[in-house]
Write a protein that binds this ligand. Structure first.
Ligand code: PEP
Ligand code: MG
Length: 601
């Protein structure tokens, strides 16, 4: 078993694809938003005055506390009346805390026995309860600790003769500019409530979890939110434009052009989808991905893990066109063993109700380094020891993965796909390992589908040029345009300086795509596409015209692509493709396709 390099994998943020910096957190409320951040500085410590009192002062202190409690309850009741159900529940919980028949007398007891002022007694009891709840390790109870701090913080605010919510770091007392993504260490539920009409477009917190009240509120407001992004405040500057991908729990800073564009498309798609009525969505879900003149398309989903499989079903994907299995390998200290991998593959296969699940074998290297790859420190990792090249040199690990995938074939229509194939010999070698894995399982009497389909990714120009040769041995081919564009144009997809060259409409790229589609037709081999172009409406229109019938994309794009497919005719698409292949510049081709697209709006 290979150990991943801890220093890299334990980092909170990772570099992946096109030079972006990604910070990982927990998705709390789905959605994608691009915009400037507003960083709420970390809370300053609030100093609570602590002094001794005489026994005769106890009643006076207690009276101060009762008044502060009373004002706090009134305030909460007032806010409560204007709020919706989720928010009301939170505020009701706060009201109950402020009348708790056990907790409140304990505060008095502390004051009496320690002979200290009420602020000090209150702080002691709140701290005690909060630390007990947090020490349970139970995320639900830990979130309740936030409620206690919030409710009694309001009382403390009155005792300290501050306005409620005026304690430092409180979003309720700060002007948060509308249209910004709020970044903070944590938010109390009441602070979050005050943000309701603030016009913020997203929330990123260093702390918190998916069951926190802030998360509940963000979900009810449909504000994308990511929690638990440790260290984010220190990494962002006020006003910086970022991508908040709350679908995947990611914050992307310094996005390169192609990543930015991909996300812009995704957020536009999401906006459009939201605008469509629920009835339209229901209709679209059950409708076929068929052009107006009856040409059927297959729309599948790209996933990076088990959790995404559910989303694919929700969005109406017809199976998984690309399971990026290396994401199971990234971020873990140890590479997952056969059993762990099998469980992940089996789970996805079982959920797909018999629809195909194409699992790509480990595509590590370059931007997704593991173990020895990191230590090797290659000069040119993009052209180096990655994907199937690495796997063929690490046969045992490769076979372990293939056995895990094969075992999952007993639970659904699981297929295997080899990435970065550059020649027929490599495919032969990979198929040999697959045969060995099959023999292992047969010898052990473990069930699997011996007829499992094994295909290749076409993402290196050499593979596209020789697609006819590969097609004779592969059961299917899937065009990976992200790398195909990179290698065809000799443009590092991570380098923003040359991003203008990263264009799928470049005639060279289109010719390779067409060549692959034609090779598939000639040999009767299924051809699909799982690169980002497959989720871009303009590209899909052109690709249908070039003869492609199967597309795999992010689940959030399926509806949009289905809508596109249903609004066009294949005849139009073919005419556009024919004209496009005569043009000599990507810009001209894009213009042609986009103009046609406009006529459908
Ligand atoms: C591709 O290269 O197009 C592809 C789908 O794979 P990845 O983006 O993971 O390299
Ligand atoms: Mg690739």
């Amino acid at each position: 078993m290979i150990r991943l390099k801890t220093a890299v994998c334990k980092a909170v943020f990772l570099r992946y694809s096109t030079g972006v910096i990604k910070f990982e957190g927990l998705s709390a409320s789905r959605g994608i938003v691009i915009g400037p951040v507003f960083c709420l500085a970390d809370e300053l410590p609030v100093s609570v005055p602590r002094y001794g009192i005489a026994a005769k002062d106890i009643d006076r202190e207690w009276q101060r506390f009762q008044s502060a409690l009373e004002v706090s309850r009134k305030e909460i009741s007032l806010i409560r009346d204007e709020r919706n159900k989720e928010q009301t529940e939170i505020l009701d919980a706060h009201l109950m805390m402020l009348s708790d028949p056990e907790f409140i007398p304990q505060i008095r007891k502390t004051m009496e026995s320690n002979l200290v002022n009420i602020e000090s007694a209150l702080q002691t009891k709140v701290d005690e309860s909060v630390s007990i709840l947090r020490s349970t390790g139970d995320s639900y109870l830990a979130e309740r600790a936030v409620d206690i701090e919030d409710a009694f913080g309001r009382v403390m605010g009155h005792l300290l003769q501050e306005k409620p919510g005026a304690r430092s770091g409180n979003a309720g007392s700060r002007f948060v500019p509308p249209g910004t993504i709020l970044v903070a260490r944590n938010l109390k539920p009441s602070e979050a409530l005050s943000l309701r009409d603030s016009g913020i477009t997203g929330i990123i917190l260093e702390e918190g979890g998916a069951t926190s009240h802030v998360a509940i509120l963000a979900r009810s407001w449909r504000i994308p939110a990511v929690m638990g992004v440790r260290g984010i405040l220190a990494r962002l500057v006020d006003g910086e434009e970022i991508i908040l991908d709350a679908n995947d729990g990611l914050v992307i800073s310094e996005p390169a052009k192609d990543v930015y564009e991909a996300y812009r498309q995704r957020s536009l798609a999401a906006e459009r989808k939201l605008a469509a009525s629920a009835a339209d969505r229901d209709f679209l879900l059950s409708a076929k991905a068929e052009t107006r003149d009856g040409a059927a398309m297959t729309l599948r989903c790209n996933i990076a893990g088990v959790a995404d499989a559910e989303q694919s079903l929700i969005e109406g994907g017809e199976g998984i066109g690309l399971f990026r299995s290396e994401f199971l390998f990234l971020g873990e200290e140890d590479l997952p063993d056969e059993e762990t991998q099998f469980e992940a593959y089996r789970e996805v296969a079982s959920r797909m109700n018999g629809a195909p699940v194409i699992i790509r074998t480990l595509d590590a290297g370059a931007d997704k380094m593991i173990g020895e790859q990191i230590e090797l420190d290659e000069k040119n990792p993009l052209l180096g020891w990655r994907a199937v090249r690495f796997c063929l040199d690490r046969r045992d690990m490769f076979k372990e993965q293939l056995r895990a995938i094969l075992r999952a074939t007993a639970f659904g229509d699981v297929r295997i796909m080899f990435p970065m194939i550059s020649n027929v010999e490599e495919l032969d070698a990979a198929l040999d390992v697959l045969e060995e894995a099959k023999s292992d399982l047969s010898a052990a009497g473990i069930p699997f589908n011996a007829e499992v389909k094994a295909g290749v990714m076409i993402e290196i120009p050499a593979a596209a040029v020789c697609a006819d040769l590969l097609a004779k041995k592969a059961d299917f081919m899937s065009i990976g345009t992200n790398d195909l564009i990179q290698y065809t144009m000799a443009v590092d997809r991570e380098n923003p300086k040359v991003a203008h060259l990263f264009d799928g409409f470049n005639p060279a790229v289109l010719r390779l795509i067409k060549q692959t589609i034609d090779a598939g037709k000639k040999t009767g081999t299924e051809v699909s596409m799982c690169g980002e172009m497959a989720g871009d409406p303009a590209s899909v229109l052109l690709l249908m015209g070039l003869g492609l019938r199967s597309f795999s994309m992010s689940p959030s794009l399926v509806m949009q692509i289905k809508e596109l497919v249903r609004s066009v005719t294949l005849t139009d698409a073919q005419e556009i493709a024919e004209a496009a292949m005569e043009l000599s510049a990507a810009r001209e081709i894009r213009k042609l396709v986009q103009e046609k697209l406009k006529t459908y709006e």
